[in-house]
Design a protein around this ligand. Structure first.
Ligand SMILES: Cc1cc2nc3c(=O)[nH]c(=O)nc-3n(C[C@H](O)[C@H](O)[C@H](O)COP(=O)(O)O)c2cc1C
Length: 321
């Protein structure tokens, strides 16, 4: 069966499946595994400690796959300038750049005249329109079910995606709450031409930097086990609920300052949980889709399973409608 959409054609991939940026988790192993399995893998630039490290990681992806891959830029979330990192991605001629978490205009400025596909992750219709005006090749639209940073409007994927499909003419990639072939087909039915997954890819064998404890929590947890933190500082983000995030929410409830929150929401606190498995000393991003995660397959097993599920949905539709 063919899975061609404008997204697969533009990105030159077999299946319309994109691995989202994953702070401190999306390195070369995962990115290459996703691209080798027929999707688009990505390295997350700003979790690397220097532009040189990004160069190493990109070069490692190139040794592991000859397929297209992307580099993800979370603007303004890491307190460091992205310009030098972006220069490395340009120098290494990466085929796809994705961006999120701030005003993408300076990235577009730096990419002027460069032959690279530009994807912008947005969480609202107005942001999608803006991304198209800036010259995005496609928008990824994340609903409030998603893991990690979200929009401020709390709109779910099912309402957001068709609105954005109607509002822009570039292809739309649905994100947030997708973890299997049924979710993928639902997204395509809404008019999306590709999907992006974050949480589901953490619970794979090739996400080698995620601790066993984190992966186990994703498998054992339910859709009720996430909460949204950082609302009071204007950067809502979905995490696995634990005593650490209870503390964050308590500070927020009492209108605590950024200074009071700072250590609780730091990259170090994130790494304690996700790398070291110390869940009492930090937090981990995850979406509601953790309620659908039941195993830790290889990336290839996951993608093949999703494709088979998608094909059986198509067959069912062809027979019953
Ligand atoms: C652990 C984790 C880390 C994330 N880090 C980033 C990031 O650095 N950059 C980014 O663009 N999105 C990031 N996201 C968001 C994902 O790329 C994706 O949009 C989101 O996970 C989709 O929702 P899902 O988790 O329901 O699949 C992260 C998500 C998770 C779960």
């Amino acid at each position: 069966m063919n899975w061609n959409t404008r997204v697969t054609e533009m990105l030159n991939i077999q299946y319309p499946i994109i691995q989202g940026g994953l702070a401190h988790l999306a390195y070369s192993d995962l990115a290459a595994a996703v691209s080798n399995a027929g999707g688009l893998g990505q390295v997350t630039a700003m979790s690397l400690s220097s532009p040189g490290k990004l160069k190493e990681e990109i070069q490692r992806v190139k040794t592991l796959t000859d397929k297209p891959f992307g580099v993800n830029f979370a603007i303004g979330q890491h307190g460091r300038s992205f310009a030098e990192y972006l220069d490395i991605a340009i120098e290494e001629e990466v085929p796809v750049i994705s961006m999120t978490g701030g005003n993408p205009a300076p990235i577009f400025e730096q990419l002027k005249g460069i032959n690279v596909k530009k994807l912008v992750l947005v969480a609202a219709k107005r942001q999608a329109i803006k991304a198209e005006e800036l010259g995005a090749d496609a928008v990824m639209v994340v609903g409030q079910e998603g893991g990690g940073h979200l929009g401020r409007d709390d709109i779910g994927t099912f309402v957001l995606v068709p609105q954005v499909v109607d509002a822009v003419s570039i292809p739309v990639i649905a994100s947030g709450g997708i973890g299997d072939g049924r979710g993928m087909m639902a997204a395509l039915s809404l008019g999306a031409e590709g999907i992006e997954m974050g949480t589901r890819f953490v619970a794979t064998k090739e996400c080698v930097h995620a601790s066993e404890l984190y992966k186990n929590r994703l498998v054992e947890g339910t859709e009720n086990d996430t909460v949204v933190i950082k609302r009071t500082i204007g950067a809502p983000a979905r995490v696995i609920a634990n005593p650490w995030t209870d503390k964050i929410l308590e500070i927020e409830k009492q209108n605590g300052s950024y200074e009071q929150l700072k250590n609780y929401i730091s990259g170090n606190a994130n790494k304690k949980y996700i790398h070291e498995g110390k869940d009492h000393e930090g937090f981990a991003w995850a979406g509601q889709v953790m309620g659908l995660i039941k195993d830790v397959p290889t990336v290839d097993e996951l993608i093949q399973r999703m494709v088979a599920e998608g094909e059986s949905v198509r067959k069912k539709w062809a027979e019953s409608i």
